[in-house]
Every structure is written in structure tokens, then in C-alpha cells.
Design a protein. Sequence first.
Length: 577
Amino acid sequence: MKTKPNGIKSFIHLLLSTKVSKGALIIGLIGSIVTTLVGLTIPLIAGNIVDEFTLDTLTAGIISLIAAAFLLQALIDGGSAYLLAKAGQQMVARLRHRLWVKMIHLPVSYFDSNPSGQSVSRLVNDTGIVRDLITYYFPQFITGIISIIGAVTILLLMDWQMTLLMLVSVPLVLLVIIPLGKKMGKISRELQAETAEFSGNIQQTFSEIRLMKSSTAEAVEEAKGKHGIERLFGIGLKESRVTSVVGPLMYLIMMALVVMIFAYGGIRVADGTLSTGSLVAFLLYLFQIIYPITSFATFFTQLNKTIGATERIMDILELPDENGQIGWEEEIAEKGLTVKGVTFSYEEGEPILKDISLTAHPGEMIAFSGPSGGGKTTLFSLLERYYEPDSGDILIGDRSIYDFSLASWRSQIGYVSQDSAMMAGTIRENLTYGLENATNITEERLWEVAELAYADRFIKGFKDGLDTQVGERGIMLSGGQKQRISIARAFLRDPKILLMDEATASLDSQSEQVVQQALIRLMKGRTTLVIAHRLATIVNADKIVFIENGQVTGSGTHEELKATHFLYRQFAEQQLS
């Protein structure tokens, strides 16, 4: 069995899998290293200038040479920073694309148990953390190591006694950095998890803002938001406490070291065993050593955050795609639909559907009725292949629907639901949503399906017509208008099987009449399955299937069920008397 890489291995595995531009990364790193090496010569130059400076030595040639060296260093530094940033941005773009493709191919069950806000956080925040490590912290770490090694080597050659005195501080710095770095890593992971949860909560609140306001739940949401903000505040304070210790401690160690070097160096300068320029060089090299060491704490903190982010990203990338990415591609017109002994449960041991069996012949209208919560919508979810049954099968003709590719199967299914789901965008974009040949659909065809759905009149009434913005979840349209656009979309897809789940339940009587006429047009010549609690809309169905408690307890025409099924007869007497 293949084991999952963890920690730093997981990060390297993820980095290699993005196929980032190695050329830009390598050249950028080389440029940073060159800049660091050039920087190592600056203290020596400064020391020489201090020891040998006179107005006579300050010629135009020397000034030009120094200026050219600094300019060249700046150009190399800028170029390498750009290349590293480009490699990081390229990597995060590819990673986000890979993660996005994976997410939209995950089964519906994943989104049932994972809040959308956390998924967004994985896609945006966690990938950004990985990018920051690649483009900034990792090059800084590499150049810091080179700077320390180079500076210490030069100092040992210059004066080993002074160097050993200076290196006494290194263990002290490490004693501070290592435990605090581990603490910061733990806090950072906690902060990431809390941020993802907080993002998920506020996203849910904003997406259901009308429910919140109509329920006068501002106080409830205010308390929930306050709790989340206080949690983030508490973790932020932990982080601040650690950083407030690191900064002063590092400053104290560095200043103590500077004083020691000044004191010892002053004595050496006074007795003539060390030049003033060498002392200046020592102090400059000291800063070139201390700064990278202090930045290592930040690097290891970021590394811990990146490992945490990587593990969460890998957890998603390694999930199996929704079953059916490949399979049969064939027409299902003129083929009967058979549900054969289907049992299904969302949670193990709690079946929602129990041994459901039924048959729909081509062109028939099969209606489903029964008490709420009986499993009717769940059956439609199985037909759409959002889930797979625990046992049993669903056949089209003599072939299991699970043998078909998802693209082939779903492209031949039309689903008109009660909530009329819509995407933010224009009416045109919603009509053509998901169609491969969307750009080739003519204006005439769009108006044709709009007319078939009785939607053309209200669309023409809008100033921008088909290009009218509908708002998030279609909020700019009425329920009847959204429903008619959903029906027009179904006409455009030309489905072979039509599923309608309470398609007119939430409409007023006038809108319902118009939508019902559009649905009658849409059902013509198609195998249609209808869920309806209002029996008036299904009394003329070829067959009515009565489902209660996840089981089929009756099946037949309206008159047959009235005669043989007690609960259906009660429904009919209450609604149709």
C-alpha cells in the first residue's frame, strides 16, 4: 500500500508535482547567492576606505567603480527577486488550478460534510502560504546560510580571536530561536485552522443574509461572530506574546555583542594589533551574521505553517474523484428507466430509502407523492448520481446508469427544482450554463427557448434583455421568473429524462399557472419524473408512486390509489374535495 508523504517530504512532493519553472527558480536563487557574495565584500571595502581614506585616494575612477558595483548588485538582486516571485506565482497558480479542478470533481458527499468557507480557505489562503515560502522565506534562508558561512570564513582569516568572541553569541541566539520557533509554528497552525472556520461561518451568514434578517437573528450572528473574533484575537495575542519576547531578546543579545566587540576591538586598536578599518569591517560582518540568524526563526515558523497547509492541500488532492469520470457515451432516448431494489443511507445504519423498485417507460409521466421526509428528493439525487446506492441498481434500458460517464448521463437529464438554482451573472449565461457549445448558440435559439418557457416577455421588459444581471443566486428575479429561466435552460439542453422536484410549490397562483403551462410543453415526448405534494398537479400522471418512510407503499393511477391506499385517499380528500 502506498504511504502518504508527510512533513517536509509532503511539501517537496507537492512542489515537484506543480512542475514549476525550474529555470526561473534556479536562476533566481543563483542571483540571490551572487548578491549575497557581493554583499560580503562590502565590509572589506568599507574597512579599507576607513584605513586608507584621503581626499587624494577618492578619485573619480574609484567612485565610479564603487557606484557600478552597487548598481550591478541592485540589478542582480531585483532580477533574482522577480524570477523567484515569478516562479512562486506560477507555482501557486498551477497548484490552485489543480486544487480547483480536484474540488469541482469531488462527490457531493464531500461538500455535505465540509463547509464551503474551509474549502475556499484551502484554495486561497493555504496555497498563498506555500507561495510565500517559495518566493521569499526559502531564498532568504539559503542566502542567510551563505552569508553566515562567508562572513565567518572571512572573519577567521582576518582575526580568529575576535571571531571566536563573536561566535559565543550564536548558541545564545539558537537557545532563544529554536523553542520560540516551535511555539510559533504551533500557534500559526492553530491560527490557520481558526481562520478557516471563521471564514466558513461568515460566508454562510452572508450567503443566507435574508434568512438571517427575516429571522431577526442579528443578535445570534453577532454573538457567533464575536466568539470567532475573540478566538482569533486570543490566538493573535499568543503570537504577539512570542514575538514580543523574540524581538527584545534578539536586540539585547545583539547589542551586548556589539558592546563586547567595541570594547575588545577598542583595546586591540589602542595597542595597535587591529586597525580601525578592521574593527568597522568586524561590526558590519557581525550584522551580516546576526540578521540571518534572527530571520531563521521566521523561516522555521513559516515552514511549519507551510507543512500544515501542504498536508491539508494533499488531503484534498488525494481524495478520489466522483465515480464516473469515464464510461459509456450513448443516447438514452426511447429507453425505459428501472429502479431495482435500491437502498440508500447518508449515515451508516440509518437508511433513507429501503428496497425501492419502480419502472418508467419511455415518454411516461411518473409522479411521486407521500409525506415530507419520505425520501423522494433523495431518490432524485440518486438518479442525478450525486450519490450511489448502498445496494440495488438503477437501469436505463438494460444498462446500469453507473456504467455511463457522468458527462454523458447528466447531459441527458433535465432537473427543475423548487429553489431554481442560479449562478451570479446574466440571464444569457444562466441559460447556456454548462453547455459545451455555449458560444455557438444563436440569439434566435435563446429567444425560442425563452418563448417556450413563457419567459420571453419579462426578459424583453428588462433594459438589457438577455444580458440582464440576475444577482447572486438570482436574487434580482422573482421566484416565477427564476423558475421559467430554469425551464428555458432545460429546453435548451433538450433532456431525454426530466426530473421535477416541487417545481411550482413556492409560486403564487398566477405564476404557477404560467410555469405549469411551460412545464407541460417541456414534458411533451420526454420520460418525466415529478415530485409533488399538491395532488392537483399530478392526478393525470401515468403512474403515481406513494413513498413513506423510505418505502414504496402504493403505486398506480390516481383512481387506483384512491381506491386502494388509505393515506393517499386522505391526501386526495383533503386537497381535492
